[in-house]
Design a protein around this ligand. Structure first.
Ligand code: GAL
Length: 658
């Protein structure tokens, strides 16, 4: 999490300087203002680890230093008057997991020291570096190939010998105000179907599939070739019933109004697999945190029905904060005073053609300190099925008391227990392994997850969103229909109580928000918006309702995404079911350090050229390109495609070979 740098007025910097010009002095970095450390989780802690425990590396305790978390940057101005910087660096022992990280020291933009890949258990590495003639140094903790999760990193006894001042500096430019801009034309009056092209159901479970379409109302919804057991409501487009037999059924859905009609073949797979396209919906956490209540959930359902449903948005998920303090005499879990009647609420959500999700933990308590499902798994799964729950986010939290230093198999165990319980319920419940453990993607599929959190909590800051999003190539190969890496919720629109004090408009710039949505679509990540949907401006609405962009997310093939690193950023691509490619050009810089703050505006106003040699996608010869945000064709090209991308922005296109 950003530690407030951008919010700190630069004027204070001079007052914080340590040292007296001309006289040699030793300055320890823990004496400096650590609000200038920019890191991608938590806030830096002086003389303690990131979680407030003594600084300890490979069994050795250190009395001073800074506990930080990757990706971490601390930019210091030494004014050309420092002799040296020295100290130790290492992965903190208090870390639950053996995670890889790399410490680096940069001087005036050049790397002068690297620790190599380090992880828990390795002794701290020593450095002693000359700073002769150097103006600025940056202390970096980089991600080292397995993502940033649990990279608890310690700078230990780090000191600068200087005859001048050491002044901590902001590492990123102050965001310039860029107007929000809308790229997408409004949908037409004629119908256009946007519901998933494939749907999985277990025989015997209630079948609920809504035909979603834009276009003027009234409209008539029909479905032909429906197998026995299913019927369609022509007014609402809801297809319901039960399928008795396993098998593949191709049905034809159709929507007609006075301007025209649209039809779509939908493949229904009746078998063991559900959730065959990434879930799209809303989760209460980012906006409301623990203050969620029944009214907020109903408002969310109304807003989703009014603004997003036609574009394929489906789930209304309550996160933590709904549970009663105690179970009843039969061990049954109820809602607290904020949720007097769950069946009533779930019926309300379903009456809006939406699906209903809930949250719990395998431990005795949830992350927010409410009742968890420990030793009540069967009961809880039954209760939820009775209420009409369609989605469960299951967050590890207090289970860690049973597994202080867990192996993957130990974390997996309680997830398998809940999977069994869900399997016995007579309802299809999408299962989110809601714990961002390192390598969760290696076991969560086997534990029966449909999606699994690959990260700790996201916040609406570019350094966090980019640190999470741009490392998802590590786990991309585990993406498949029914199996998704969950890069955490979307941070667009009005949100904030999940991690802060107030609801506010996303701190991401407009360009960063376009990048965020585009990347999550290429990743086939679940799209769970966390915003106040009753208070979306046109810009947010535009971000969440571009049907060509969303179709990339919902592509039935759910192919793994790939990353190509280029000079000005990263190009991400995935192949789509029809053989075309979704390609995102992103201006991204993982270290994200501005050595000269006076250049901040110039850098943010520039566009950055990027070129893709389409051989990298396996295309030779001619191809066509379509701009997905603008929904317009860009023409025919040969061998390569070049574009220009705004600072932290994206150009998101579809490429089709001829
Ligand atoms: C966290 C989780 C958040 C939210 C919260 C609820 O562990 O990452 O997304 O669910 O718990 O207490």
């Amino acid at each position: 999490m950003r530690s407030g740098i951008c919010k700190v007025v630069l004027l204070t910097v001079s007052m914080l300087a340590v040292g007296i010009t001309g006289r040699a002095k030793t300055v320890y970095i823990d004496e400096l203002d650590t609000r200038f450390v920019l890191q991608d989780w938590g806030a830096p802690v002086v003389n303690k680890s990131i979680v407030g425990k003594p600084l300890r590396v490979a069994g050795k305790e250190y009395s001073r230093g800074i506990g930080t978390h990757s990706i971490s940057r601390f930019l210091l101005n030494v004014e050309g008057k420092a002799k040296s910087v020295s100290g130790w660096a290492g992965a903190d022992d208090g870390n639950d997991f053996i995670c890889n990280m790399e410490f680096k020291v940069l001087a005036d933009g050049q790397e002068i020291w690297s620790s190599g890949v380090m992880h828990r258990g390795m002794s701290a590495k020593k450095f002693n570096l000359s700073l002769k003639g150097i103006q600025k140094i940056a202390l970096i903790v980089a991600e080292a190939g397995d993502g940033i999760m649990y990279d608890h990193a310690d700078w230990l006894e780090v000191k600068i010998e200087t005859a001048g001042n050491v002044t901590p500096e902001p590492v990123v430019p102050q965001n310039i105000v860029k107007e929000k801009y809308i790229l997408t034309p409004k949908p037409g009056l004629s119908p256009r179907i946007n519901s998933p092209k494939v749907f999985g159901v277990r025989p015997g479970s209630p079948f609920i599939y809504a035909i979603a379409a834009t276009g003027e109302r009234p409209a008539k919804f029909t479905a032909s070739h429906l197998p026995d057991g299913l019927t369609v409501d022509e007014e609402t487009g809801l297809i319901t019933g039960t399928l008795k037999k396993r098998g593949t059924y191709n049905i034809v859905t159709e929507v007609e109004n006075k301007h025209g009609s649209d039809s779509r073949i939908v493949r229904i797979e009746a078998g063991d697999k559900i959730c065959l396209t990434p879930p799209m919906g809303w989760c209460s956490w980012n906006c409301w945190g623990l203050s969620v209540d029944e009214k907020k959930v109903k408002d969310a359902a109304d807003a989703m029905n009014a603004y997003l449903f036609d574009h394929g948005w489906t789930y209304i998920n309550i996160d933590d904060g709904w549970e009663a303090e105690k179970r009843d005499a039969d061990g049954e879990l109820h809602g607290n005073v904020k949720f007097p009647d769950f069946k009533r609420l779930s019926d309300y959500v379903h009456s809006k053609k939406l699906k209903f999700g809930i949250y719990s933990s395998p431990g005795p308590t949830t992350c927010g300190g409410y009742q968890g499902s420990y030793q009540h798994e069967k009961n809880d799964a039954k209760t939820w099925a009775k209420w009409g729950v369609d989605y469960l986010k299951y967050d590890y939290c207090s289970y860690s008391q049973f597994t202080p230093s867990p192996a993957e198999s130990e974390i997996k165990e309680p997830y398998t227990v809940m999977r069994k319980a869900l399997d016995e319920a007579d309802r299809d419940i999408v299962y989110c392994v809601g714990f961002g453990a390192p390598n969760v993607w290696n076991w969560a599929k086997e534990a029966g997850g449909n999606l699994w959190r690959t990260t700790r909590d996201i916040t609406d800051e570019w350094n966090v969103v980019s640190a999470i999003g741009f490392f998802q190539d590590v786990c991309a190969e585990s993406t498949a229909p029914g199996c998704y890496n969950d890069a955490d919720m979307l941070v667009v629109g009005k949100l904030g109580l999940g991690w802060g004090e107030k609801v506010h408009d996303s701190y991401l710039t407009p360009d960063e928000q376009y990048s965020h949505i585009s990347l999550w679509c290429i990743l086939s990540a679940p799209l769970l918006t966390g915003c106040d949907m009753g208070d979306m401006d046109d810009f947010t609405l535009n971000l969440l309702t571009n049907d060509e962009v969303l179709a990339v997310n919902q592509d039935p093939a759910a192919m793994p995404a790939h990353k190509i690193i280029t000079e000005n950023g990263q190009i991400w691509w995935k192949m789509l079911e029809d053989g075309s490619y979704a390609v995102g050009f992103f201006n991204a810089d993982p270290y994200f350090i501005l050595w000269d703050q006076s250049k901040g505006e110039e850098i943010q106003r520039k566009n950055y050229p990027m070129t893709l040699d389409v051989k990298k996608l396996g295309i030779t010869g001619k191809f066509t390109v379509r701009d997905l945000w603008k929904q317009s064709d860009l023409g025919r090209f040969d061998s390569s495609f070049s574009t220009e991308v705004p600072y932290h922005g994206t150009h998101f296109v579809k490429i089709r070979r001829e």
